[in-house]
Design a protein around this ligand. Structure first.
Ligand code: CP
Length: 302
């Protein structure tokens, strides 16, 4: 039977998600587990990345596996006009698993349909980022002791933010109250909001960040992504909409943690970094443990 890909967070059940999070804990306790001897992973990044690519590569190497791939499609035969389908069908001949980031929404689904090895979506345009979602869930569980009944506040680019889309969809499984803070132009798309409405989860929309902080358990900050705007003037209008500063956290709940998928531009003042609420660099570290767990799960090694 073909092993299961991870294209969208909807592909995984709540039980499967908990299984991966539990496994991630065992990798956090012991990251060097020689499970991937003889395994080759194709890591294909058609878009820039620091955390996702390096944490996948670190995960694979800590498990004794090997990596092939590229970090810039310009150095591959895509530059000569090769299609995504042909690229995937070729890497399929060399690797046991493909991790792919691509700027086009739906590209990961397409890749999973043409490959006969599993595909892990490392971000497809403004659509989804399901492995970020798993590490976000792991981090929320780690900081709150539960995923249930939380007040989740999403801030910034809710329209194009693929990390927001995946996490908002997943949090519907856990009886969440949603607080959505964005400029009018960057509201959560209806295709994502429909999941919240279908599950009848309460949600509140704000344009002012300060209005949402006091009720938040998790403050999920995001970057306004210049690269997603077709009109640069529109980006200029919204780019400095939210900047979290230390004094804004004075009235926060004692359990509040600030998360951010990173990279950050200026939406979290560096003065917040040393505060007890700041958890985004630990969140990035968790990415490696969760990706180890995901690979072990997909390849049936644990
Ligand atoms: N969070 C995230 O996807 O970061 P990178 O773009 O650096 O991979």
């Amino acid at each position: 039977m073909k092993q299961k890909s991870l294209v969208s967070i909807n592909d995984y059940s709540k039980e499967e998600i908990y299984e991966i999070l539990e496994l991630a804990k065992s990798f956090e306790e012991n990251p060097n587990q020689d499970l991937l001897k003889g395994v080759v992973v194709g890591v294909l990044f058609f878009e820039p990345s620091t955390r996702t690519r390096l944490s996948f590569e670190a995960a694979i190497q800590r498990m004794g596996g090997r990596v092939i791939g590229f970090t810039d499609a310009g150095s591959s035969s895509v530059k000569k006009g090769e299609s995504l389908k042909d690229t995937i069908q070729t890497v399929n001949q060399y690797a046991d698993l493909i991790v792919m980031r691509h700027p086009v929404e739906g590209s990961a689904r397409h890749a999973s349909e043409v490959a006969n090895i599993p595909i892990i979506n490392a971000g497809d345009g403004a659509n989804q980022h399901p492995t970020q979602c798993l590490l976000d869930l792991y981090t929320i569980l780690q900081t709150q002791g539960t995923l249930d009944n939380l007040n989740m506040t999403f801030v910034g680019d809710l329209k194009y933010g693929r990390t927001v889309h995946s996490l908002a969809i997943a949090m519907n499984m856990f009886n969440t109250t949603f607080h959505l803070v964005s400029p009018i132009e960057l509201k959560l798309p209806s295709a994502v909001k429909i999941h919240i409405k279908d599950k009848k989860q309460p949600y509140y929309q704000y344009t002012e960040l300060a209005d949402a902080i006091p009720q938040s358990d998790i403050l999920y900050m995001t970057r306004i992504q210049a690269e997603r705007f077709s009109d640069p003037m529109e980006y200029e209008r919204v780019k400095n909409s939210y900047i979290l500063k230390p004094d804004m956290l004075k009235e926060s709940k004692p359990n509040l943690k600030v998360l951010h998928p990173l990279p950050r531009v200026n939406e979290i003042d560096t003065g917040v970094d040393s505060m007890e609420q700041a958890y985004y660099f630990k969140q990035a570290q968790n990415g490696m443990f969760v990706r180890q767990a995901l690979i072990a799960h997909i390849l049936g090694l644990k």
